[in-house]
Design a binder for this molecule. Structure first.
Ligand code: DAH
Length: 355
């Protein structure tokens, strides 16, 4: 009988202890630990149950009832405290994740295309619309493509004037950063012929070029667009027509253009191309130095030696070509005074001028 009373007392003590502990649980996880401690397979209540086996047959049912009652009481308490705790947790989460819908939205800053890239895109598109293919060449070139094949032999002063960045100038076959996009003429024509095709061939070649030079109007890296066309019977008239269309389209106004005799090794005859000053409409101003004209690019009829260098019959075919500085044209179109603005990457400038 003493055992029965002892067990009852133990059960009662356990119940009080467990309920107190449940009441102090801070969260659902703590409560789960307590459930395991008291009601689990190795829990305190189970331990007491083991004592029941030692009791006499008539005492067992009575204690069994007690045990079940305590079990029920603890389960009920667990349910109650559990749902209270999870409700509390939910409220805390809602509080923590509350959004102030009246707060000003964070500004999303959209990127813009760099004004030089934008210019390149516009120019390339104009030629693409005229039916020119777009071609590109490597920025690291050899002397053959950058100079020799373009009729600029070793001894030629133009070769020294190009302010070339050489890569290992002392090597047997030194490589260099291309000083212009004209080598793309050579590479494209060779590839075209190698693929078994015959002119006509009309190409626009945009890209980066490099010269060892830096001031208000020169940057060691800048961009050019090279344009050329080879066919039977091409003349200066075709050159001038393409130039006229390109320049009036790019500047979005009817501009007078003029071809001024000049010299380039890779064209004969050669001409520099002027447009009527976009700032004073040809009246004469500070920017055109009173002449009413602004020089925009170099051009000419492809030199027979260049056609020969790639294996085109210079008797049967002729070509025109020109090359322009992209930064220069973008500056003229938008009235940008200093080339260095393009490369300083002041976002206020880029955002205003970019597209
Ligand atoms: N390659 C020349 C330069 O960078 C520009 C040029 C002039 C290209 C006349 C041409 C041309 O195709 O016909 O100074």
């Amino acid at each position: 009988m003493g055992d029965v009373e002892g067990l009852k007392a133990q059960l009662e003590e356990l119940k009080v202890e467990a309920l107190t502990a449940f009441g102090h649980a801070q969260n659902v996880a703590d409560l789960e630990d307590l459930r395991v401690n008291y009601l689990g397979k190795k829990g305190a209540l189970t331990l007491i149950l083991k004592g029941v086996g030692k009791l006499s047959a008539e005492d067992r049912p009575m204690i069994g009832q007690h045990v079940n009652a305590v079990k029920d009481a603890l389960s009920d308490a667990l349910d109650r405290v559990g749902s209270a705790l999870s409700k509390l947790a939910q409220q805390q989460r809602i509080e923590a994740e509350r959004i102030d819908v009246t707060m000003p939205a964070r500004r999303r800053i959209a990127g813009v295309i760099h004004p030089v890239q934008q210019g390149l895109n516009e120019m390339t598109a104009i030629f693409a619309h005229m039916g020119f293919d777009i071609s590109e060449g490597p920025e690291i070139e050899d002397e053959f493509h950058n100079f020799d094949a373009l009729n600029i032999p070793e001894s030629h002063p133009a070769r020294a004037m190009h302010d070339t960045f050489f890569i290992d100038a002392l090597a047997d076959a030194p490589m260099l950063l291309r000083t212009h996009t004209s080598p793309v003429q050579i590479r494209t024509m060779k590839k075209f012929l190698e693929s078994g095709q015959e002119p006509p061939l009309s190409v626009v070649a945009p890209g980066r070029v490099y010269r060892c030079d830096y001031d208000v109007t020169h940057s060691p890296m800048f961009h050019q667009v090279e344009v050329f066309s080879v066919d039977r019977g091409l003349s200066l008239a075709h050159l001038k027509g393409v130039l006229q269309h390109f320049l009036t389209t790019y500047f979005e106004k009817d501009l007078p253009i003029r071809l001024r005799p000049h010299y380039f090794p890779f064209t004969e005859p050669s001409a520099e191309v002027d447009i009527g000053c976009v700032f004073c409409a040809g009246q004469g101003c500070r920017i055109c130095k009173g002449s009413g004209w602004i020089e925009v690019l170099g051009s000419g009829m492809v030199h027979p030696n260049v056609l020969k260098a790639v294996g085109i019959d210079a008797q049967a075919f002729s070509g025109f070509a020109f090359g322009l500085g992209v930064e220069r044209l973008v500056m003229l179109k938008h009235g940008i005074p200093d080339l260095r603005l393009f490369f300083e990457n002041d976002v206020r400038f880029l955002r205003r001028m970019g597209a």
